[in-house]
Ligand binder design. Structure first.
Ligand SMILES: *Cc1c(COP(=O)(O)O)cnc(C)c1O
Length: 466
């Protein structure tokens, strides 16, 4: 393809994108295809000769699009959003075009310096004190793994990377039983092991915070048994129901035990740009060593974009920095962000934050989040009022969970029937041994009508179920 053709198709695709968004409400939110249906339409072998772009685009529409679940659909109430606000998409197009590898300052100084500035803009936006720096990662999973590796190295006197873990004792990491599976995987991959990720029960509603008395007791017990406590992972906004720890109480334990602390605020962190939520969710956050939140969720930065704030980056650098000869650069006055993370290669992710924050302003972003929280409360009340329905957990920011009348199997049948209908998309979960239905509001362009329509859809479809 030459660059004239590229320009032609680039314009075509920009038009296609605007049209896609204009017609999203007419599409079923969740893909309605059967397993294997898309694969069956793809030729089993690659073409030997060139095909025309017209043909490729036509096949994209015909084969691929019916197999897409529409994450930007305004009636997407499943999981958590992966929002892609248009200015962030435009920045991504530029980044894709320039296609720089931003591993070191000198491999693209602007990427490094815009990243530093965006980390500091977001630090201020989230009400974190001066002194925190940070790095943009691909995902919260990677940031959490980086933090867990730092816990490991710190607890082994920085010997784990060099000597391996045998003979280091049983390293222990503590968290509540509400954490995301990325914390389990970080423990696996870091060589800590599932059995040494100690999950403590919560004190129950409304916030489902980790029981810090049990946490303290468990750490004492582990020390007595000769184990090596290495760190605590807290959450602001757990995945299932939005469980949120008492950060100050967690920190008191961590300080007393000299443990490294990491806070997973992957989805709920974005809401902390609104000062009024900080009292309930963010008090004590400034004491954490590492904090992760995903602008690619609620804030609207096109996936992927995860920010890890660090109080003392030297600890993570001591864990991850490696400098073979070919990566050495002259001069120490610059940051090489690849030393802060596990992958060497890095995309220029900061540009989409720069576009996004400027195009909406913090007030524009706050207005969306405030609406989502308010509408989650309203639709929760509408569902509570449906005959026989029960709210299992009340809204924590934008998420709540409910049950329809009937047993666990009927909950799943309702979810399946709703998603087959296609007007809205929701997912199920488990809470205290019972199946429940999760509902979260967070799609960037959803309206109050979109959200309230969900209660009608749920009511109408529930009536048709046996
Ligand atoms: C989404 C989410 C994660 C995982 O985020 P990735 O960026 O996909 O790795 C972790 N923790 C919580 C609480 C989340 O909501």
């Amino acid at each position: 393809m030459n660059w004239d053709e590229f320009a032609h198709w680039g314009k075509h695709i920009a038009d296609w994108a605007a049209d896609y968004h204009a017609t999203l409400r007419d599409r079923p939110v969740r893909a309605q295809t059967a397993p294997g249906a898309i694969a069956a339409q793809l030729p089993p072998a690659p073409p030997e000769t060139a095909e025309a772009m017209d043909t490729i685009m036509a096949d994209f529409e015909r084969i691929v699009m019916p197999g897409m679940t529409h994450w930007q659909h305004p009636r997407f109430f499943a999981y958590f959003p992966a929002n892609a606000a248009p200015p962030s998409m435009l920045a991504e197009m530029l980044v894709t075009t320039i296609a720089a590898q931003c591993m070191l300052w000198q491999t693209s100084p602007a990427a490094t310096e815009v990243e530093g500035a965006m980390i500091d803009w977001l630090r201020q936006a989230l009400g974190l004190p001066e002194g925190f720096s940070g790095v943009i990662q691909d995902s919260a999973s990677s940031a959490t793994l980086s933090a867990v590796l730092t816990m490991r190295e710190r607890a082994t006197g920085w010997r784990g990377n060099r000597e391996g873990l045998s003979g280091m004792g049983r390293l222990r990491i503590y968290c509540s039983d509400q954490v995301h599976s990325s914390i389990d995987r970080a423990a696996w991959v870091a060589g800590i092991g599932q059995e040494n990720l100690v999950k403590i029960a919560t004190t129950g509603g409304p916030s489902f915070a980790i029981d810090t008395d049990s946490l303290q007791a468990r750490i004492a017990q582990d020390r007595a048994a000769g184990h090596v406590p290495a760190g605590i992972i807290a959450i602001t906004g757990g995945t299932g129901i939005g469980a949120s720890d008492d950060l100050q109480a967690v920190l008191r334990v961590a300080k007393a035990e000299d443990l490294y602390t990491h806070l997973d605020a992957a989805w709920a962190g974005s809401a902390m740009i609104c000062p009024e939520y900080r009292e309930a969710f963010w008090k004590g956050v400034d004491g954490f060593d590492s904090i992760v939140f995903n602008p690619h969720k609620w804030l609207g930065a096109q996936f992927d974009c995860s920010v890890q704030f660090l109080k003392d980056p030297a600890q993570q650098l001591n864990t991850l920095k490696i400098e073979p000869e070919y990566l050495k650069t002259s001069g120490d006055a610059v940051i090489n962000y690849s030393e802060w993370t596990i992958p060497l290669g890095r995309r220029f992710r900061a540009l989409k934050l720069w576009f996004l924050i400027r195009a909406y302003g913090l007030e524009g972003l706050r207005a969306r989040i405030r609406n989502h929280v308010a509408w989650a409360g309203e639709v929760c009340e509408a569902i509570r009022a449906l005959p026989g329905f029960e709210i299992v957990t009340d809204p924590i920011l934008s998420i709540f969970t409910f049950r329809c009348p009937g047993d666990d199997a009927r909950q799943q049948r309702l979810v399946d029937a709703i998603n087959a209908d296609g007007r809205i998309y929701i997912t199920q979960g488990m809470h205290q041994g019972r199946k429940m239905i999760r509902f979260q509001v967070g799609q960037f362009d959803c309206t109050r009508e979109d959200v309230m329509l969900a209660a009608d859809v749920i009511r109408d479809i529930e009536r048709t179920l046996p």
